[in-house]
Design a binder for this molecule. Structure first.
Ligand SMILES: Nc1ncnc2c1ncn2[C@@H]1O[C@H](COP(=O)(O)OP(=O)(O)O)[C@@H](O)[C@H]1O
Ligand SMILES: [Mg+2]
Length: 293
């Protein structure tokens, strides 16, 4: 049997498995420093407040900033699962409010090179992770490394973070363009929501979305949704200095209120996700399938 056939078999088996599938929300951006990790952490807190169980999966290989913002340092990462026989339980750290945290570490870069046995093994392990949470938030690195782009393209729900800075918007466009060319990306069944961060007025975020969406619709034939904006907020920096999510320590600050609104918007938009595309393992398998075809 060739790799592709092997993969089709894993996918078939996977579809028959009656495991609980988490809702996977992939957070990405065209460039770094726009607020992906801040958004991921604060959405996690807000989801917890709404009674959901949450795991943050840090797929940003470059900068381990979730763990810094969170004050929870994992001892092992995904590479220890793939190559060194660690279990999923070994690599989950529990942070504040019982939010689970998993680091992809160097395992993220190796994903493209896994053979069939390793993929099979990893998907089995990840099934376990999947049944531990209602929602898995995947915080990706900015832009355009192949494994990140592959995962983003395979995701059912994408939050694309951008700030009003022109370079951030053009980089968001560049990411969408690369996504559109990526093997395995299905624009009809992928929900892409824009989050405008560091805005300075109520209208700024919406305007940014309107402009970006017009261009993206015209040239890429993709329809974006607008989840909402998060204002520039000095308390956010203070919270990071204290290694605590702002939604926990300054719940009444402007950005915390907006994070709460974004989380509610996502909970209300749950029906937008095609059941077929639900789950972390199913996204991983789509990624492997398109990289092996
Ligand atoms: N709404 C905001 N208001 C003020 N500062 C922000 C806001 N969002 C993010 N920041 C700051 O911007 C920097 C980058 O944020 P971060 O979440 O690490 O971005 P990314 O994960 O995209 O690289 C951090 O120092 C953070 O404090
Ligand atoms: Mg980050």
């Amino acid at each position: 049997m060739d790799q592709a056939q092997n993969l089709r078999n894993i996918i078939k088996l996977q579809n028959q498995t009656e495991s609980r599938k988490a809702r996977v929300i992939t957070v990405t951006s065209g460039k770094g420093g726009v607020g992906k990790s801040s958004l991921s952490i604060n959405l996690a807190v807000q989801f917890r407040k709404l009674g959901k169980s949450v795991i943050i999966f840090d797929a940003d290989f470059g900068l381990a900033n979730i763990e810094v913002m969170f004050g929870a340092i994992p001892k092992y990462n995904l590479a220890d699962v793939i190559y060194r026989g660690r279990s999923i339980k070994d690599i989950i750290v529990k942070g504040p409010m019982d939010i689970g945290f998993v680091s992809g570490g160097s395992g993220i870069n190796g994903l493209g090179d896994l053979n069939y046995e390793q993929i099979n093994y990893l998907t089995h392990k990840l099934n376990e992770l999947e049944s531990m949470a209602d929602i898995i938030i995947v915080d990706t690195g900015a832009g355009i490394s192949e494994s990140v782009l592959g995962f983003v393209a395979s995701s059912s729900e994408i939050l694309l973070v951008t700030t009003p800075e022109p370079t951030s918007i053009t980089d968001a466009y560049a990411l969408l363009k690369a996504l559109n060319l990526k093997e395995g990306f299905e624009r009809e069944s992928t929900k892409i929501r824009i989050v405008a961060n560091k805005t300075s007025s109520r209208e700024e975020g919406k305007n940014l979305y309107n402009k970006l969406n017009a261009v993206v619709r015209k040239f890429l034939n993709i329809d974006l949704s607008f989840l909402g904006s998060v204002p520039m907020d000095d308390n956010l920096r203070k919270a990071i200095m204290q290694q605590k999510p702002i939604s926990m320590i300054y719940p009444n600050s402007e950005s915390s209120k907006h994070f709460a609104g974004l989380a509610e918007g996502l909970i209300n938009g749950d029906e937008d996700v095609s059941p077929k595309k639900r789950g972390l393992v199913s996204a991983m398998l789509r990624m492997f399938k398109s990289s092996h075809s």
